[in-house]
Write a protein that binds this ligand. Structure first.
Ligand code: SF4
Ligand code: FES
Length: 272
């Protein structure tokens, strides 16, 4: 059983597993801390700074980033002091300066009492530079198709040499974890396109479902499932059946295949 530590968040005494973050401990206790770059399926990177909290007790009184701050015995955490609210508002103003029309950001800013920004940079891209898309592609999918390029105002999510990616498998996990819809997947006919504000990152021809004949998946994505789920247990993915037909029970795989498919779903990253 995990070793537990006791700490106080917003005056409530709680226990949390040693090694977990202050954000996780607060979330488990039903205490809301705003986040942007955090996604529960990904390793935290502490990029956006929105989740700051004030800490004292067993560590020096300071402001810390709760998604990367580990819980400690005797820690005292305040999530909503005047100092924190002021800093959060400033962070939101900076973020809005770069993405002034981003609906998700505008909503978050409004919740924190911000309706305009003093820091317009001239950018108007919905990408809030949270890095979730890069992390999911690198750490969960293993394709490493996305990277950062440029600095300051020029910083953007792109592909190697800013060309159509040769490593992207077309799974769309990047779009699933993007908090603002700045990176997207579009299926038209038998083509899938993955794109951001200013760049098409990858294009794929879609394989058709053997049952309903609908184009639904890029071949490279199936190859990943084959390599990660089927081959390790001595099977080969040879039948292409779209999720809709699978859900309806059409051409349902036998029990063994069903178990393997469940394993394959582990790579699916939920929207959050
Ligand atoms: S495209 Fe989306 S997920 Fe990627 S850095 Fe920008 S906002 Fe974050
Ligand atoms: S959610 Fe913690 S720094 Fe972004």
């Amino acid at each position: 059983m995990a070793e537990m530590v006791r700490l106080t968040i917003d005056g409530r005494e709680i226990t949390a597993p040693k090694g977990c973050t202050v954000l996780d401990a607060a979330t488990d206790a039903g205490i809301y801390i705003p986040t942007l770059c955090h996604h529960p399926a990904l390793e935290p990177e502490g990029t956006c700074r929105l989740c700051i909290v004030e800490v004292s007790g067993s560590i020096r009184h300071s402001i810390r980033v709760s998604c990367i701050q580990e819980v400690k015995e005797g820690l005292i955490v305040e999530t909503n002091t005047e100092r924190i609210r002021k800093n959060r508002r400033l962070i939101l103003e900076f973020l809005l300066g770069r993405s002034p029309y981003c609906k998700e950001l505008l909503d978050l800013a409004a919740q924190n009492g911000i309706v305009s920004t003093r820091f317009r940079t001239g950018e108007d891209d919905d990408c809030v530079k949270c890095g979730r898309c890069i992390r999911v592609c690198r750490d969960k999918i293993g394709a490493n198709a996305l990277c950062w390029a440029g600095r300051g105002k020029e910083r953007k999510v792109t592909t190697e040499f800013e060309r159509l990616s040769a490593s992207c498998i077309g799974c769309g996990a990047c779009a699933n974890v993007c908090p603002t819809g700045a990176i997207r997947v579009e299926d038209r006919g038998d083509e899938r396109k993955i794109f951001t504000w200013g760049q098409v990152l990858a294009r794929f021809k879609l394989e058709r479902c053997e049952h309903c004949n609908t184009p639904y998946v890029p071949k490279r994505y199936l190859e990943l499932i084959n390599n990660k789920a089927y081959r390790p247990v001595g099977l080969e993915l040879v039948h292409y059946v779209c999720p809709q037909c699978q859900a309806k029970g059409d051409r349902l795989p036998d029990k063994r295949r069903e178990a393997v498919l469940r394993q394959a779903v582990k790579w699916a990253v939920p929207r959050h």
